[in-house]
Design a binder for this molecule. Sequence first.
Ligand SMILES: Nc1nc2c(c(=O)[nH]1)N[C@H]1C(S)=C(S)[C@@H](COP(=O)(O)OP(=O)(O)OC[C@H]3O[C@@H](n4cnc5c(=O)[nH]c(N)nc54)[C@H](O)[C@@H]3O)O[C@H]1N2
Ligand SMILES: Nc1nc2c(c(=O)[nH]1)N[C@H]1C(S)=C(S)[C@@H](COP(=O)(O)OP(=O)(O)OC[C@H]3O[C@@H](n4cnc5c(=O)[nH]c(N)nc54)[C@H](O)[C@@H]3O)O[C@H]1N2
Ligand code: SF4
Ligand SMILES: [Mo]
Length: 695
Amino acid sequence: MTDDPDREFDAQPTVCPFCGVGCSIEYAGNGTTGGTDGPVNERGEICPKGAAAFDVVAHEERLTEPLVREHGHTVTAPWDVAMDRAVEGLRSVVAEHGPDAVQFFASSNCTNEENYVFQKLARVLGTNNVDNCARLCHASTVAAMGERLGAGAMTNTLDDLATTDCLLVTGANPAEQHPVAFRSYLLPAVQDGATLVHVDPRANDTTDAADIHLPVRPGYDIQLLNAMTAVLLKEGLVDESFVAERTTGREALADHLADLDVAATAREAGVDPDDLRAAARAYGEADAAAAVTGMGMSQHRSGTDNVHALLNLALLTGNVGRPGTGVNPLRGQNNVQGAGDVGALPGVLPGYEPVTDPEARERVAAEWSVEPPAEPGLTEVAATHRFGEDVHAAVVFGENPAVTEPNATDVAAAFERLDCCVVIDLFETRTAELADVVLPGSSWAEKAGTVTNTDRRVLRMRPNADRPGDARRDLDVLTELGRRLTDRPGAFRYDGPEAVFDELTRVSPLYAGMSYEGIGDGAQRWPFPADAESGTDVLHAEAFATGDRTAPLTPVDPVPPADELGPDELVLTTGRVLQQFNSGALTRRSPRLMAMRDEDTLRIHPEDAAARGIEDGDPVVVSNDRGRVRVPAEVTAAVRKGTVFCTFHYAEPLVNALTGDALDPVAEIPEFKHSAVAVAPAPATEAAAEDAEAD
Ligand SMILES: Nc1nc2c(c(=O)[nH]1)N[C@H]1C(S)=C(S)[C@@H](COP(=O)(O)OP(=O)(O)OC[C@H]3O[C@@H](n4cnc5c(=O)[nH]c(N)nc54)[C@H](O)[C@@H]3O)O[C@H]1N2
Ligand SMILES: Nc1nc2c(c(=O)[nH]1)N[C@H]1C(S)=C(S)[C@@H](COP(=O)(O)OP(=O)(O)OC[C@H]3O[C@@H](n4cnc5c(=O)[nH]c(N)nc54)[C@H](O)[C@@H]3O)O[C@H]1N2
Ligand code: SF4
Ligand SMILES: [Mo]
C-alpha cells in the first residue's frame, strides 16, 4: 500500500479486472480484495488473481502525473501541458496526412463506456482505424463463427455448460485461465459424469481432470478435427434430422473427407488414432456435447480455418442451439467481449453493424451528427507494420503492444517511427517508454461503468477507491480528447458513464433495452430482451443469428504453419499460467502473485533436453532469426517431444521477440502458437557474467 493520506477506500461490488469470467469482487480492507456473491461467482468464489487485484491499485509505481518526452527522455508534466502536447501532435498528423494516419488501440481491460467513447472519437475524427486486442485473441474465432452462425460469441452460457454430457476443450486451459468458470461450472459437469476431452500439446491442470488427452502437434488442429469428423461420418454418429433441417453442404463435406485415412491423419496430428476415435465417439454419442475453444486454436495463421473445422463437428452432430451444447470461446480480459460489442473494431460499428452498411452508418449519424467513414480501418498488427509508412500517430489506451504483439523488437522499432504516440495507462510500460505523451488513467477500482463477460452478461463496475495523485478517470481523459480533437465537442459532453451507456443502448441493437437500473447487482445478457428479465441464454435455437434457418457445413483443408522447421529446430508455442496475466503489467507488481510464480521457464521434453545437454534449471538460449532470449529450462514430459512452451508474461525474457509476423488472412490474428526456434545451453561466459551482475 502507498501511504497517500488523501486516498479513501470503500467496499462496493465491482468486477474483477482480469479474465473474462467476470467474478464480483470488492475492497476487503487492508489493501486486499475479496470475492462477493455475484451473478457469475454465486458463492463469492475468486482465484488468486482476483484476490490480488488490489495490489496494483495502491502500488507505488502507479503513474500519478502525466509524462512527456523531452530530448529522448520522459519527464513529468502538468495535465494542461501534456494534453496540449497530445492534441497538437495528433492534430498535426491529421492535418498533414489525414485521419487514417492515426491508429487507435482500444482496451479490452476497460469499460464498455470507455471503449464506446474511444471508437466514437476515432470515427468522429474521420477514421475506422480502431481495434482492440481481441485481434490478438479470438478475432479468428469471431470471424469463423460470425460467418457460419452469425454471432462470434459463446453460443451457450456458463450455467448451461454445467449440464453437458461431453466437454471438448481444445486449445484452452480453463483450469488456469478461467479458474472460476472451470471450478464452478465445467468441473461440476465432469463430476456429474460428463466426458472431458482435452486437446493441448502440453498436459496442464485442465488435463488432470480429462478422460482423454489428445496432445496435438501445434498447428495440426485441422488434421485432428477433420479426422474426428471423418470418424463421425464413418461410424454413423451424425444427427441426420438436424443436418437435414439446419445445415447445408453435407455432401461436399462427406466427399472432402471420404478418402481421409483416420489413423494416418491422427498420427500426422501427433495423436494416438485410438484415442482420437474414442474422443470422436464420446463427442458424437453424447446427448449434449459442448466445445470450448481457446488460443491454441485461434492464434494460428490457420486460426479462422481451425474454428471452421470445429464448427463442422458441432453442426454435424446437432450440437448447436440446445442447452449443454455449442461452440464456446472463453473470452480473454474482463471486457474483451464488450470492447467488440461497442464497436472498437475496424470493420464494425457498435453492435457489429458493418461500417460498409449505409443504414447502420445513418443510425449512428442520427446520434452523433457525423457519419462514420464507410471504408473498414486497419487491424492492430497490420497497422503496426505500417508505422512510419502511412500510419504516423497512435493513441494506445490500456494496451501494451510492445510486449504483446508478435516480433516485438520490430514492434518497438515501429513505435519509434511514429510522429506522435499517446499512451493512457496505469504504469510506465514498455509501450509507454516509447510514447511522446503518457496520461495516467484510472484502475478498475477507481471507475464506474459496465463490462461484458464471456457469456454475454453486462455487469456493473463501481468505484472502491479514490484515484492516486493527479491520475484522472479514463472516461474523462477520452471525452476531453474528443472535445479538443474533433470539430464536434458537443458529442463528447456526458454527465458520466450512465449517459454514455444510455447512448450506446440507442445506437447498438445488441444492447437496446438495457439500463444501469435494470442491471443493478445482477446482469443483463445480450441479445436483449428475448425474455424481459435477462436476455437470451442459448443462441441459434430456432434460426441462426445470420437470420437463416440453416448454416453451412464447410470443407477445410490443412494450412501449414508459416515457420518451417530447420534441422534440430523445435516448435515454440506460448501461453499462460494461473498466477500471471498477459503482459504482466499488473500481476508482476503483485507481491503475492510474484511469490507464487516469479519467473518464466522453457518447458522442454526430457529427450529434447538430453539431446542438447540441458538439465532442469539450466539457463538456455532460445533463438531464431527474429530474436534471442535467455530463460531457465524446466525439463518435463508434460510438453510433447519436439515442442517447447513459454509464457509471454514477463517483459524479461521478451518471448515475443521470437514470434513471427505471419497473420491469418481473414482475421489478421498473429501466429503466437507456432514459431521455429533453436534451443541451446546458454554459453558459460554469459551465465557467469549474469551471476556476477546478480551478486
Ligand atoms: N491466469 C491467466 N488467465 C488469463 C490470462 C492470463 O494471462 N493469465 N489471459 C486472459 C486472456 S487475454 C485470454 S485470451 C485467455 C486465454 O486462455 P487460453 O486460451 O486458455 O490461453 P493460452 O494459455 O494462451 O492457450 C491455451 C492452451 O493452448 C495450448 N496450445 C498451444 N498450441 C496449441 C495448438 O496448436 N493447438 C491446440 N489445440 N492447443 C495449443 C497451450 O498449451 C495452452 O495450454 O485467458 C484469459 N485468462
Ligand atoms: N506470445 C504470445 N503473445 C500474446 C498472446 C499469447 O498467447 N502468446 N496472447 C495475446 C492475447 S490473447 C492478448 S489479449 C494480448 C494482451 O495484450 P495487452 O492487452 O497488450 O496486454 P495486457 O497486459 O492485458 O495490457 C493491458 C495494459 O492495460 C493497462 N491497464 C489495465 N487496466 C487499465 C485501466 O483500467 N485503465 C488504463 N488506462 N489502463 C489499464 C495495463 O497496465 C497494461 O499496460 O496479448 C497477446 N500476446
Ligand atoms: S476467475 Fe477470472 S474473473 Fe474470476 S477472480 Fe479469477 S481472474 Fe478474476
Ligand atoms: Mo486475450
